[in-house]
Design a protein around this ligand. Structure first.
Ligand code: P6P
Length: 290
């Protein structure tokens, strides 16, 4: 099932074709590079390699005006201005979300967002967002204005397995990042309520945990911490794309106060608290947080 916008379809097809190669390329790249990413985190060899592979291929697409990555300090100018030129977009990528799971061989993935604006941009300017999940099966979840679809990936191609993916009404799972002693009191109180109602599913890679929420219903959150009130996750590369997907699937996103997609970014690598899941759980969270 292709996407109607030809530029978005070209981006999605390029990432689909690269997914099999990235998964195969993880073998032998489980070490760390001698570099840090712009967020000050030690890069995995695979982070750098996957970013270079995706940058080369996505920057070449007509209609991709900019490429931004969690692994790069600055946006790459691909020869178009998403602010002034029609059908010209900015692509933001987290090449390997959860790459620290490589060492333990646990799930991780690639996140992408297609913004109809120059980066850094508000999530409301997204026209498509998705992720590839390197799990037992390589799958892609893709959200556009028309809804959310899930694909199984094989041999560089994608096959649709779910055309209208929506959050189940009755939540089942939850996963909250950060250490409990570092949670603000109001978030801890909320977490104590939720842990009595739902089952814990937290694996260290946001998209694998979010995929559980999309499959079973529930909530994933990485709150602002006492030691880091801005939270850990990046707005452009993690919060906005995942918020877009979950909202298109009938759920909500929030930084604790409002939809992630409404947040006005200052910098390309801004961090934000991220909460996504069933609307009633997000509403309750916002009511709980002072
Ligand atoms: P922690 C991975 O590094 C990531 O950015 C998200 O994918 C994940 O949800 C979170 O950080 C894990 O953080 O503190 O549990 O290691």
């Amino acid at each position: 099932m292709t996407v109607s916008d030809p530029v978005v379809e070209a981006v999605v097809a390029t990432i689909s074709r690269s997914a099999t190669e990235i998964r195969q390329g993880l073998i032998g790249r489980r070490g760390t590079a001698d570099e840090e990413n712009p967020s000050g985190e030690t890069q995995a060899e695979a982070d750098v390699w996957a970013d270079e592979l995706l940058a080369d291929r996505l920057a070449d697409i007509d209609g991709v005006g900019e490429y931004g990555s969690e692994e790069r300090a600055d946006v790459i100018d691909c020869g178009g201005d998403p602010e002034t030129e029609p059908d010209t977009y900015a692509v933001a990528v987290d090449p390997l979300d959860g790459s620290s799971n490589l060492k333990s061989n646990n799930a991780m993935g690639t996140i992408f967002g297609v913004y109809d604006a120059a980066l850094p941009a508000r999530g409301e300017t997204l026209i498509a967002a998705g992720y590839v999940l390197y799990g037992p099966i390589t799958t892609m979840v893709l959200a556009t204005e028309t809804g959310v679809s899930e694909y199984e990936m094989s041999g560089g191609e994608r096959r649709v397995v779910e055309r209208d993916l929506t959050l189940p009404d009755d939540p089942v799972v939850y996963g909250f990042g950060g250490r409990v002693p570092d949670w603000p009191d109001d978030f801890e109180a909320y977490a104590r309520e939720i842990e009595r109602e739902l089952k814990l599913r937290y694996g260290g890679a946001m998209i694998a945990d979010v995929n559980q929420v999309l499959t079973y219903g529930g909530i994933f959150g990485y709150p602002g911490l006492a030691s880091r009130p801005e939270g850990k996750l990046r707005l452009q590369f993690e919060g906005n794309p995942i918020g877009y997907i979950v909202e298109r699937a009938g759920g909500r996103s929030s930084d604790g106060k409002e939809s992630l997609l409404a947040l006005e970014p200052d910098e390309l690598h801004d961090r934000t608290p991220v909460h996504v899941g069933n609307a009633e759980l997000i509403d309750r969270l916002e009511d709980r947080l002072d």
